[in-house]
Ligand binder design. Structure first.
Ligand code: ARG
Length: 454
């Protein structure tokens, strides 16, 4: 493409070092869409005739069909997807093909292609997020009235409906989808027509071309337009954070299906066995996801690091944006899909959750609240219950089995109705403030999410 200025061919090593077609071939559909818009812009500006535009469009659509049916040969010697498609087009249709690149550079071309690709990817990821949210809401419904200890510091804290725990992840994923939607809106502007860095003396109707591509507007600074990869960094961040959420869910699932917790059972289809220990049933999907979240963070770091030292405008370093972007998109889509399946096959073991929540200590806060309701300042109530906890442990006696007279030695505010608050159902139902896990609230949240996800 640049043979005019050079007297030596490119070294073999440079060629294989610098090629990107082995990974950017997957931009082909977006590249072809961008080129058709370009050809329409050229027609509108009177640079090509209607016949030439028709030949370009037809040729590009044929090439796309051949790529999709596996009948197109990408050549490393043509470096990238853009030059592969353009040179094949010109080989087929002649001079009209050679006019396509008028007032265009690969710099605005690749920026356009990657935006289009990322825009589609965002929609696909959001659809996968919705799928996992639905699976979690359904699991919450299936878990019914199962109660688990809620933990802080991985120490038992207070009782919650298992559904409430699952819905916490539905919230996180909801923010992930929103963030991706924001990024999707911000990236939806067209760089096409920015040329190499300074536009062109041949004026194309950029807004017209942008509309052909479904962009909501055009970029306003040609230098920024060709060198901006903020949108890719944003999407990589959004994916990395979604990966972190999946990693936390993974950790919960791994704990839940250990013998120590035993709160859930995963289906055979979503676990693996051991080649040595016949009894094993391992939560590999969750472990792999926890591991892959590291890659997602790494991809974000790779892109930010590659961008930080770049002067204006396009630098070849930027070719390195694609592999991390593609990898993160592929990885998060796969993780979300397999997680949705795994969660759909996850069953709660109520015998184990009941055993865990029969720990009377889970209701220590409720006893403190009882004292507060009887006029004791919370700090004093906290101390009184702390002493009662110590007594309960030392004497190996549960709260429910301590006689009223003993309670009254700790605080005269205790009366017989204290025993009512030692009941798990009562304790849960009492947590009825906004966002708290009373069964009524949780049912309402399930309905809200069902509505949002339908
Ligand atoms: N393959 C290149 C990339 O992905 C396309 C842009 C090349 N532009 C250039 N001036 N060499 O960044």
């Amino acid at each position: 493409m640049w043979k005019g200025r050079f007297s030596q061919p490119t070294s073999q090593l440079v060629q294989s070092y610098g090629e990107s077609v082995s990974f950017d071939w997957r931009l082909y559909a977006h590249d072809i869409r961008g080129s058709i818009a370009q050809s329409k812009g050229l027609l509108k500006a009177g640079i090509i005739t209607a016949d030439e535009q028709a030949a370009i469009e037809k040729g590009l659509l044929e090439i796309r069909h051949e790529i999709e049916t596996g009948n197109f040969e990408f050549k490393e010697s043509l470096e990238d997807v853009h030059m592969n498609i353009e040179s094949e087009l010109t080989r087929r249709i002649g001079p009209a093909g050679a006019k396509l690149h008028t007032a265009r550079s690969r710099n605005d071309q690749v920026a356009t292609d990657v935006r289009l690709y990322t825009r589609d990817a965002v929609d696909e990821i959001v659809a996968h997020i919705r799928g996992l949210q639905r699976a979690l809401v359904e699991a919450a419904v299936r878990s019914g009235s199962a109660v688990v200890p809620g933990y802080t510091h991985l120490q038992r804290g207070q009782p919650v409906l298992f559904a409430h725990h699952l819905l916490a992840y539905v919230e996180m994923l909801g923010r992930d989808a929103e963030r991706l939607g924001d990024a999707g809106r911000r990236l939806n502007v067209s760089p096409l027509g920015s040329g190499a860095l300074a536009g062109s003396t041949i004026i194309l109707d950029r807004e017209f071309m942008a509309r052909q591509l479904g962009f909501s507007g055009v970029t306003q600074n040609s230098m920024d337009a060709v060198s901006d990869r903020d949108f890719a960094a944003e999407v990589l961040f959004d994916i990395a954070l979604c990966g972190v959420h999946l990693s936390r869910l993974s950790e919960d699932v791994i704990l839940w299906c250990s013998a120590e917790f035993g709160f859930v059972t995963l289906s055979d289809a979503h676990t693996t066995g051991s080649s040595l220990m016949p009894q094993k049933k391992n939560p590999d999907v969750a472990e792999l996801t926890r591991g892959k979240s590291g890659r997602l963070i790494g991809n974000l770091m790779a892109l930010l690091t590659l961008l930080k030292g770049l002067p204006m405008t396009y630098n070849r370093d930027m070719q390195e944006d694609k592999e991390p972007l593609f990898d993160s998109i592929d990885t998060i889509k796969a993780a979300l899909a397999v997680f949705a399946e795994m969660i759909a096959g996850m069953e709660v073991n109520e015998a184990r959750t009941r055993a865990a929540t029969s720990d009377p200590m889970l209701l220590a806060t409720d006893l403190a609240d009882y004292l507060v309701n009887h006029g004791v300042p919370f700090r004093s109530a906290h101390e009184v219950i702390g002493k009662l906890v110590a007594h309960s442990i030392a004497e190996k006696v549960a709260f429910a089995d301590i006689p009223l007279a003993k309670y009254q030695e700790f605080s005269p505010a205790f009366a017989t109705d204290l025993f009512a608050c030692l009941n798990l159902e009562t304790a849960l139902a009492a947590r009825k403030g906004i966002g708290a896990p009373s069964p009524q609230n949780v049912a309402a949240q399930i309905e809200r999410w069902k509505g949002e996800l339908s």
